[in-house]
Ligand binder design. Structure first.
Ligand SMILES: [Zn+2]
Length: 82
């Protein structure tokens, strides 16, 4: 009876050990979780330029291009170029 108990305990330990090992192996085999989709929408690539007068940064599409550089507004363009 005593030996049966020891045998049963050994089997249980081996079974638990193998179960643990198998689960850790499948964890390794499993591909890494796909990264969550970036919630921040990617803005279309626009060139950012700095105003020659006040150095404010703005998209090139909104900038005024003068003879001596780019400006944030017509007022700054006139201020710089007269
Ligand atoms: Zn400016």
């Amino acid at each position: 009876m005593k030996y049966l108990l020891i045998f049963g305990l050994t089997v249980a330990v081996i079974w638990l050990w193998q179960n643990k090992r198998r689960s850790s192996l499948t964890d390794k085999a499993r591909p890494p979780k796909p990264q969550q989709k970036n919630r921040t929408r990617k803005l279309p690539a626009t060139e950012i330029v700095a105003c020659n007068v006040c150095a404010v940064h703005l998209p090139q599409a909104e900038a005024l291009i003068g003879g001596h550089g780019v400006y944030c507004s017509d007022a700054h363009r006139r201020q710089a170029e007269g």
